[in-house]
Design a protein around this ligand. Sequence first.
Ligand SMILES: [Mg+2]
Length: 152
Amino acid sequence: MEQQVKLETNDFSFKRQVYILYNTNYNNDDFSMVKVLLVEDNPLNMELIIEILRSQGFTVDTAVDGEKAVDMAEKYTYDIILMDIALPGIDGVETSKKIKSKPQYKNVPFVALTAFAMAGDKERLLNAGFNEYVSKPLEVHEFVKKMEKYRK
Ligand SMILES: [Mg+2]
């Protein structure tokens, strides 16, 4: 008999645990929520973006620099990458190129997060292969709207 689990909580780590309990064949790659890799070195931005994405039903992993991001992208598979451009060490553009060179990321959308407010910057990033551009400080409503289309 199939078990019905109704959850009234928005705590996604709890939902994930319940999912694991009720799905014996669980493995990380089968999980139904859209998996995001968030690359951001600013802890406050990181916290805000995690909150928004989780409230939208995304599963979020994080990396604080480019090297860590490349490692994570190799170890796991993500459905979308959110990439800060100004990072310590290799910047977001270079990091994205490295990740994009892997065949499993050929069709994965990359979203640039950047505080650069210079004219022409959006075009520069879109030319570098980013699908989308989000400027910081984050305008929450606009960000939510932009991310909406990536939910499955
Ligand atoms: Mg930064």
